[in-house]
Design a protein around this ligand. Structure first.
Ligand code: PHE
Length: 340
């Protein structure tokens, strides 16, 4: 009896002195663990004479219950203390200034692409895509590039080692693919990446173009001029924007032209950007060559068409006043943040 009273007192003192859950668990193991003091006592009961066993068993169990209850009470106490310490430490200071949010944004090239697509969608043009790895047939042959003609060499083509594969030098091969797939009449634009080995302030080896193609009955240069005027005036948000068509050569159009707009930086007075000419070159275009229609199984006696190709980075440079095309692809946040 006395022995157990002493044991319980001692346990009470040790439990009260346990300052943490870990320390408290050590006390539990000491009394109630596999080899704990009370556990051993219970095991020893069997060795007692039968007459003493019931009384001794009762006392041991009482002691065990008393210790268990004290351990539980202290554990709850310690848990409550830990929680309140955590809550105090994690107090939210509502007077602190916010950390702010950094919204992301679309890349300027993406923004221009989407703008061009939206303008042509409003004119009923669907979007067509083609592969970036092309072959000689779609990139050159079907577009009326004759073998050995200098126009082929002028394209600065990246050839792959598996002839006749190459990286497309323009989006014009999509004209061929779309006509072969859908036939005439057809009204599409084809946005995408293009590749040429060229690198300076106005050229990067990868850049973007949007091709436009319209094939139907009695399509003329006048129609092309009307659509491009509407497109460029809306793109640059200038009703008074003037276009100038300069005769030019592309094997896949006849007649072919390059289109200039009056300089949007100096309004034609002459400045550094327009090299004091008052004009800015923006795109190439023309009436689809009969040989191209033929190669695409469209009868050139029944159908005619026009096409144009415009550089997206070029449009971006003009619209946003970007002076070096290479900035588009250097991932400098100081540049990109300006287009959020
Ligand atoms: N594909 C030509 C180029 O990349 C542009 C173009 C497209 C010209 C369609 C005429 C017609 O230079």
């Amino acid at each position: 009896m006395q022995k157990f009273d002493q044991l319980i007192q001692e346990a009470q003192a040790r439990i009260a002195a346990s300052g943490s859950l870990v320390a408290l668990d050590e006390v539990r193991v000491h009394y109630l663990g596999k080899k704990g003091v009370l556990t051993e006592q219970l095991k020893a009961l069997g060795a007692l004479p039968a007459s003493e066993r019931p009384a001794a068993g009762q006392q041991t169990n009482q002691a065990k219950h008393a210790v268990t209850a004290m351990l539980d009470a202290r554990r709850r106490e310690l848990e409550a203390q830990t929680l309140s310490a955590q809550l105090t430490a994690a107090t939210v200071d509502v007077t602190l200034p916010g950390r702010g949010q950094e919204p992301g944004g679309l890349h300027p090239v993406t923004q221009i692409l989407e703008r061009v697509q939206a303008l042509f969608a409003s004119l009923g043009f669907g979007v067509e895509e083609g592969p970036e790895i092309e072959d000689e047939f779609h990139n050159f042959d079907a577009l009326n590039f004759k073998p050995g003609h200098p126009a082929r060499a002028e394209m600065d083509t990246f050839y792959l080692k598996d002839w006749p594969l190459l990286l497309r030098t323009h989006t014009s091969p999509v004209q061929v693919r779309a006509l072969l797939k859908h036939g005439a009449p057809l009204r599409i634009i084809a946005p995408g990446r293009t590749f040429r080995h060229d690198y300076d302030v106005t050229h990067t080896p990868m850049f973007h173009q949007v091709e436009g193609l319209l094939v139907d009955k009695e399509v003329s240069m006048a129609h092309l001029r009307g659509v491009l005027t509407d497109f460029l005036q809306r793109f640059f948000e200038r009703d008074d924007l003037r276009l100038r068509f300069r005769p030019s050569y592309f094997p896949f159009v006849e007649p072919g032209a390059e289109v200039d707009i009056n300089c949007i930086f100096c309004d034609g007075a002459g400045c550094r950007v327009c090299k004091h000419s008052g004009w800015l070159e923006v795109l190439g275009c023309g009436l689809v060559h009969p040989n191209v229609l033929d190669a695409c199984r469209v009868d050139p006696r029944r159908y005619s068409g026009w096409a144009f190709g415009v550089g997206i980075e070029r449009l971006g440079m003009l619209r946003y006043g970007i002076s070096d095309i290479r900035m588009n692809f250097e991932n400098d946040l100081r540049f990109l943040r300006q287009f959020r």
